[in-house]
Design a protein around this ligand. Structure first.
Ligand code: URA
Length: 209
């Protein structure tokens, strides 16, 4: 089963509190999500491999380490996932960004892909699938499925807030994918909102409500 990592650094939790607050306005909400994404990027990259290199300092030759292994790819699920991309790129500027757009079929209520654009070298990259809210897990599962169908094999899922239902769904369907969240909330309400949550992440990021 995929592991669940809760990024409970005090700075992340502090900022998440203001993100949740209904009185936080669009600009501050966006800035805070961006900052938390940067801090979470630090946690999610904790296990990337290093290789030894020698560097000549002005004094002597030093045994040092640099990042090795696969390059990273960020895959925001449209549209709320976009809100976390710039924050991650601040720490990982060489990452390429692909996009997955999904909509919910009104009859089946299942997510359906309407837009997929991936970096040409996506198969050589380790991917971070990004969606601030892991609610039912339907969108995350479908986005991961979309990537796997195209041959991608290494990915992690990054969310701000998850419902237990969404974590279970992803762990069941994609046991090879580790999940990184800032918080696990109580449950999903009848409208599909995470409780206590933060409301609609897309609307709050883009000021559409
Ligand atoms: N998507 C959101 O934006 N918020 C929720 O609470 C659940 C899904």
């Amino acid at each position: 089963m995929g592991k669940l990592f809760i990024c409970d650094h005090p700075l992340i939790q502090h900022k998440l509190t203001y993100i949740r607050d209904e009185n936080t306005k669009t600009k501050d909400f966006r800035d805070l999500v961006d900052e938390v994404a940067t801090l979470m990027a630090y946690e999610i990259t904790r296990d990337i491999p290093l290789e030894h290199v020698q560097v000549k300092t002005p004094v002597t030759t030093a045994d040092c380490r640099i990042i090795s292994g696969r390059m990273l790819g960020l895959i925001p699920i449209l549209r709320a996932g976009l809100g976390m991309v710039d924050g991650i790129l601040k720490l990982i500027p060489a990452a390429k960004v692909g996009h997955v757009g999904l909509y919910r079929d009104p009859d089946t209520l299942q997510p359906v892909e309407y837009y997929v654009k991936l970096p040409t070298d996506v198969l050589e990259r380790e991917l971070i699938v990004i969606d601030p809210m892991l609610a039912t897990g339907g969108s995350a599962n479908m986005a991961i499925e979309v990537l796997k169908r195209r041959g991608c094999t290494q990915m992690k899922l990054m969310c701000l807030i998850a419902a237990p239902e969404g974590i279970k769904a992803v762990q069941q369907e994609h046991p090879d994918v580790d999940i990184y969240v800032a918080a696990v909330d109580d449950y999903l309400n009848d409208h599909g909102y995470i409780v206590p949550g933060l409301g609609d992440a897309g609307d709050r990021l883009f000021g559409t409500k």
